[in-house]
Design a protein around this ligand. Structure first.
Ligand code: CP
Length: 327
C-alpha cells in the first residue's frame, strides 16, 4: 500500500513506492489506449508553475490533469507576482488555498521544497537544478516495457554525470536494483554527497554503482542514456563542455561497445541534427552538427526516446493519482 505526498526528489521514495507508481502508470497507459480512463481527480484544480520552458513536462501535466478530470492552470514566470512582488511563502500559502496540487519547474531546488512546506497541498517537482524525479519514472516505465523487468538491468549515463537527470536516474534506478554506471570525465562526475547517497541505495538494493572515464566498461550495459551537455541556464559553458565531452558523444561506435542489443534513452530535447536555431548557432561557432548523440543513434531501432517522452504522461498521471489515493 503506497501513497506519496507530492514528489520533491528521489530521496523521499522507497523501492516499493517507485515500483507501485511504475505499475500504476503501466495500467493507466493501457486504460487510456483502451479508451477506459477514469476521472480520478475530478473537481481538482492543479497549478502548473513554470519558471523555465518545457515541452514534455508541461504537456504531460496538462494532459494528465485533463485525462483525470482535473483542471490544470498554467502560471508562467511573467504571469504571476511570485519572486517579484510576492515571497515564496506567501505565494505557496495563497496557491495552496485555491489549488489542490502544484507543479513547479525552476532552477533552485529550495523553491520546490519551500512550496511543499507552505502550500499544504501536494507539490510535484517538474525539474530543478538538483533533481528531475518525474523524468526518472518515465525512464523506468520505458525500461520495464522493453525488458519486462527492472532489477538486474545495467544503465549507463554518459555525459555530464552531475546533472539533475543523472541524479534522479541514479537514485531511482539504484533503489529498485538497477545497476548504474556513470561514464563521464573527472570534472563532470557526481559530487561526494550524491555518490554517498548512491552508494547507500546500492548497498540496500544489492545493485552496483560505478563511476568511470573508460568506455571499455560499456560491455555490461543494457541501457545507454545521455542528456544535453549544457543544461538550461548554463549557455555560457558550451565551449568548455564540448572540450570535455566530445569523446563521450553517444554514436554507433559507442553503442557497439555494449556488445548486445542495448537501448538508447534521452530525456529530450536532444542536439542530434541542425533543425533548431540553437543547434545552427552551435554549428556556426564550433563546427559540430551533432552533440551528445549522433543522428544515426537517435533515429536507430535502439532508440526508444519517443516511447520515453510519451511515458512522461502516463507516469505523471500515476504520480498525481498516488498523491491523493493509496495505490
Ligand atoms: N525531459 C523534459 O523535461 O522535457 P521538457 O524540458 O520539454 O519538459
Amino acid at each position: 500500500m503506497v501513497t506519496i505526498n507530492g514528489l520533491i526528489s528521489d530521496t523521499q521514495l522507497t523501492e516499493s513506492s517507485i515500483l507501485a507508481i511504475v505499475e500504476l502508470a503501466f495500467k493507466l497507459k493501457a486504460q487510456k489506449k483502451a479508451g477506459k480512463g477514469r476521472p480520478l481527480l475530478a473537481g481538482k484544480n492543479i497549478a502548473l508553475l513554470f519558471e523555465k520552458t518545457s515541452t514534455r513536462t508541461r504537456a504531460a501535466f496538462t494532459v494528465a490533469a485533463n485525462d483525470l478530470g482535473a483542471h490544470p492552470e498554467y502560471l508562467g514566470q511573467s504571469d504571476i507576482q511570485f519572486g517579484k512582488k510576492e515571497s515564496l511563502e506567501d505565494t505557496a500559502k495563497v496557491l495552496g488555498r485555491m489549488f489542490d496540487g502544484i507543479e513547479y519547474r525552476g532552477s533552485n531546488h529550495a523553491v520546490v521544497e519551500g512550496l511543499a512546506k507552505h502550500a499544504g497541498v501536494p507539490v510535484w517537482n517538474g525539474l530543478t537544478d538538483k533533481w528531475h524525479p518525474t523524468q526518472m519514472f518515465a525512464d523506468l516505465l520505458t525500461m520495464k516495457e522493453h525488458f519486462g523487468y527492472l532489477k538486474g538491468l545495467t544503465v549507463c549515463f554518459v555525459g555530464d554525470g552531475r546533472n539533475n537527470v543523472a541524479n534522479s536516474l541514479t537514485i531511482g534506478c539504484l533503489k529498485v536494483g538497477i545497476n548504474v554506471m556513470i561514464l563521464a570525465p573527472k570534472k563532470l562526475q557526481p559530487d561526494v554527497e550524491l555518490t554517498e547517497l548512491a552508494q547507500q541505495c546500492a548497498k540496500k538494493s544489492g545493485a552496483s554503482y560505478f563511476i568511470t572515464e573508460e568506455q571499455s566498461a560499456l560491455n555490461t550495459v543494457d541501457v545507454v542514456y545521455t542528456d544535453v551537455w549544457v543544461s538550461m541556464g548554463e549557455e555560457s559553458l558550451y565551449e568548455e563542455r564540448i572540450t570535455l565531452l566530445h569523446k563521450y558523444q553517444v554514436n554507433q561506435t559507442l553503442m557497439d561497445k555494449t556488445g548486445k542489443n542495448s537501448i538508447f534513452l534521452h530525456c529530450l530535447p536532444a542536439f542530434h541534427d541542425l533543425e533548431t536555431t540553437v543547434a545552427q548557432k552551435i554549428q556556426r561557432q564550433y563546427g559540430l552538427s551533432e552533440l551528445e548523440v549522433s543522428d544515426e543513434v537517435f533515429r536507430s531501432e535502439a532508440s526508444l526516446v519517443y516511447d520515453q517522452a510519451e511515458n512522461r504522461l502516463h507516469t505523471i498521471k500515476a504520480i498525481m493519482v498516488a498523491s491523493y489515493y493509496t495505490i
